[in-house]
Design a protein around this ligand. Structure first.
Ligand code: SAM
Length: 203
């Protein structure tokens, strides 16, 4: 983006992409969460960004947009979505060092050579604690970890949880408890989109 007026055409472009995902029943981050990610990246200027659950790349766009001389790694279980994400991000940001891996993040992350200073988690809610456990080894000091869907349509606050949601709610609650370990993370929760956690890795 070069001019202020480009923001309107970008908004339309992103709106169309998010609508296509919604039509295909792929849940994506909210536009506001995307813009927040974009700003945090602009301020933090990370060098190695990892996204767990990149889908077709809508969220990856916001993560990649302000990266400079940096790498972006995206992982998704679904190979068709991943191929779309790779095409979308490489065509929009040809200067970026990108790596897209199709498969289970729990198997892929331990094999990655890089260490990351920014991680965005938006995959299977019941697996959030498992992602965190294997991520620790792969984090730079002061890395930022942001996770989406922490409130899970406010189901994490409900006293009665439907059977269908139990695994996800349990996973999210365990993840929140892990993130509240003050020796390892400094964490804030933000009520935008479906709830975000933002944590600084203290080690
Ligand atoms: C909510 S969608 C991601 C949407 C995307 N972040 C966006 O906003 O455009 C969640 C994605 O996580 C992926 N996923 C679920 N479990 C995974 C796992 N264990 N490893 C890698 N990807 C996973 C799914 O295939 C799905 O595409």
């Amino acid at each position: 983006m070069k001019d202020l007026s480009d923001i309107l055409s970008e908004k339309k472009y992103l709106g169309d992409i998010s609508e296509i995902s919604h039509n295909k029943k792929i849940p994506v981050i909210s536009y506001e969460v995307g813009r927040l990610l974009e700003v945090i990246i602009f301020i933090k200027k990370p060098k190695h960004v990892l996204e767990i659950g990149c889908g077709e790349g809508y969220s990856s766009y916001f993560l990649a947009k302000n990266l400079k001389k940096a790498s972006f790694t995206g992982i998704d279980l679904n190979s068709k979505r991943l191929a779309k994400a790779e095409e979308f991000i490489s065509s929009n940001f040809p200067e970026l060092d990108i790596n897209f891996y199709s498969g289970n993040a729990l198997k892929i992350i331990p094999q990655l050579k890089l260490k990351f200073d920014f991680v965005f988690i938006d995959a299977a809610k019941y697996e959030y604690p498992d992602y965190l456990e294997i991520l620790i080894e792969k984090l730079e000091k002061k890395a930022l970890i942001i996770a989406d869907n922490i409130f899970y349509s406010e189901k994490v606050f409900a006293r009665v949880v439907k059977e269908h949601d139990k695994k996800s709610v349990e996973g999210l609650k365990k993840f929140v408890a892990m993130m509240q370990n003050k020796k390892i993370f400094d964490t804030r929760f933000i009520d935008i989109g479906d709830g975000l956690s933002i944590s600084i890795f203290k080690k």
